[in-house]
Ligand binder design. Structure first.
Ligand code: HEM
Length: 142
């Protein structure tokens, strides 16, 4: 049995356990395909190029599938979404839908459910971070 890499493994970097960087790339591609295909999300995305958004999220994706116990040090997710929250009403329900598409993308690529739950557990706290007003909002709006 794989010690630190096989899909049955419960420890080690997620990147290895999902099957490596090609699988992650494929998951991310499918995720964006779903996001951009949803008529209820297009009002937030119509002026964003898919490849541009994907590039912006790459630090987060690397962190997401990276080793456990490492904090995400990328740009504030609150700030990244503030404009669509304030100007277009981006809501927690919209974000839930986005998370569902991420899980769907992993499922379509036959990721084991246990890995999907682990990834979703890592993403979920960002929902609060995105929708909780913070002192930094003021500076960003100015
Ligand atoms: C960036 C929209 C879901 C994490 C962005 C930006 C937009 C956006 C418009 C770019 C802002 C800019 O140009 O600077 C959306 C929409 C979603 C969604 C419409 C639909 C549900 C998610 C999810 C996550 C996420 C599920 C996972 C936590 C991020 C990150 C960035 C970002 C990490 C980039 C931050 C940076 O600039 O480093 N999103 N997002 N988003 N989003 Fe989302």
């Amino acid at each position: 049995a794989a010690k630190n890499g096989g899909p049955q493994s419960t420890t080690g970097p997620l990147l290895q356990r999902v099957g490596g960087s090609d699988v992650v790339k494929h998951v991310v591609e499918l995720f964006y395909k779903h996001l951009y295909a949803d008529p209820s999300l297009i009002k937030f995305l119509h002026d964003q190029e898919m490849t541009h958004l994907r590039a912006k999220q790459s630090a987060f994706i690397s962190w997401l599938f990276g080793p456990p116990g490492v904090p995400y040090t990328g740009k504030s997710v609150r700030i990244a979404h503030l404009r669509i929250i304030k100007q277009r009403g981006f809501s927690p329900e919209d974000f839930d839908l986005g998370m569902k598409y991420f899980a769907d993308a992993m499922r379509e690529l036959q990721a084991p459910e246990i890995l999907i739950s682990e990834v979703m557990r890592r993403i979920t706290p960002y929902k609060d971070a995105i929708f909780t007003p913070s002192a930094g909002d003021i500076a960003e709006e100015a």
